[in-house]
Design a protein around this ligand. Structure first.
Ligand SMILES: [Zn+2]
Length: 146
């Protein structure tokens, strides 16, 4: 049966409590100590927005290259890149970190979004090596004039 609970935030919300009476009582008691669903969602959004703002501030000094892909991909990958680079700012003297700065492929950022910081930098270095390889090869193929 639905029970109206007054949450810690002061809002009332209906909850379907199941189980034995004692279990329902325990659940109701616990629910009263928590925020209602709306407040929970609003707090989570605010925390995410604050985290995004602080990530943006952390990378604002970097001149990041434009991402390539569809508008939707760019928007998503841009959020991922900002968040990941902000977390990596401790490594800013590292060449691996520099490789991350160069990756402009939205698909790469989206595909690698769940990697650990170390793995992300390793993957970026690899991507960067592949990306710059043709140029290196072209130079090597050039006839030596010396
Ligand atoms: Zn509330």
């Amino acid at each position: 049966m639905e029970q109206q609970i007054i949450h810690a935030c002061g809002h009332e919300q209906g909850h379907y409590l199941t189980g034995y009476h004692s279990q329902q009582e325990r659940k109701a008691k616990w629910l009263k100590t928590t925020n209602c669903r709306d407040c929970f969602v609003a707090e989570k959004r605010a925390a995410e927005a604050a985290a995004a703002a602080s990530s943006s501030a952390a990378v604002s000094h970097l001149s990041l290259p434009l991402l390539t892909g569809s508008d939707r991909q760019i928007s998503w990958a841009s959020t991922i890149r900002t968040k990941r680079l902000a977390a990596l700012t401790n490594f800013n003297s590292d060449s691996d970190y520099q490789a991350c700065l160069q990756v402009t492929d939205t698909k790469w950022w989206i595909d690698h979004r769940d990697l650990t910081d170390v793995d992300l930098m390793a993957a970026a270095t690899l991507a960067w090596d592949i990306q710059s390889a043709p140029a290196i090869r072209a130079n090597a193929d050039m006839p030596r004039t010396a």
